[in-house]
Design a protein. Structure first.
Length: 243
């Protein structure tokens, strides 16, 4: 009887130690190995976005505040503003990581897509200054909207009658997008606040650019006041344009 109890307890202890060994091994493997972010980015480029998205919660749990995982999270974030916050977090808090220059370049692209060319150029200059050996360091600034326009009059979508009948009309441009859906989303945000917003699409050198305009004014100062209000209320930079 004592022998049976002995072997029983011995087997139980063996199982416990075996489980502890496995748990310890998993912890060592998790802490000792870096997540393969590059491979997952390649999967995204191949269209396997949902596969990578399904792995993200586990990666965020196992690698908290890991710059590579934050970068992957930003890439998978559909909201541009939220993605920009994640990229900026990497730049600010992990400047020595291998993802800092990638994040800066993403910020450059993001601000350029909004038509905030000065901010975009600042991000690119910061990248070149702080990461001179980056693959993006030799990147030339994308042409601003004005430089993109050909000398001949570009094809422009028909303006609303309220603008077409009036001369010297000023409006506030709050964004410029290559994707119409993004422009429509921003337009809706201003309409929810009771503001008049329109989308104007230009075609330059075979590429479309969708501008979001808010308000109509007969003088520059009134338009400028709205631009300042938009900055305070939405924390969004804008510019006054004449049409």
């Amino acid at each position: 009887m004592h022998m049976i109890k002995y072997y029983f307890h011995k087997n139980i202890l063996a199982v416990i130690f075996s489980q502890l060994f496995i748990i310890g091994l998993c912890i060592c493997q998790t802490s000792g190995r870096e997540p393969d972010i590059r491979y997952r980015l390649e999967l995204i480029e191949k269209g396997q976005i949902e596969l990578v998205r399904s792995e993200l919660p586990t990666l965020m749990t196992n690698y908290q505040n890991h710059p590579g995982v934050l970068y992957l999270q930003a890439v998978l974030t559909s909201d541009g503003a939220e993605a920009a916050k994640l990229y900026q977090n990497i730049v600010d808090n992990f400047p020595k990581s291998e993802w800092a220059d990638d994040a800066l370049y993403k910020l450059y692209q993001y601000y350029y897509s909004l038509g905030l060319y000065k901010t975009a150029e600042q991000k690119l200059n910061q990248l070149k200054e702080e990461y001179p050996f980056s693959a993006y360091a030799n990147e030339q600034p994308m042409e601003t909207e004005e430089k993109q326009l050909p000398k001949e009059k570009p094809e422009v979508t028909k303006a609303p009658e309220s603008l077409a009948k009036l001369s010297n009309i000023y409006t506030v441009q709050v964004g410029a997008f290559s994707t119409f859906e993004n422009a429509e989303k921003l337009k809706s945000e201003f309409e929810k606040e009771g503001m008049t917003a329109n989308i104007f699409t230009i075609v330059s050198q075979g590429k479309k650019l969708h501008k979001v305009w808010v308000g109509e004014f007969h003088n520059y100062e009134d338009a400028r006041k709205l631009s300042n209000e938009i900055k305070k209320k939405f924390n969004l930079s804008s510019m006054v344009v004449s049409r």
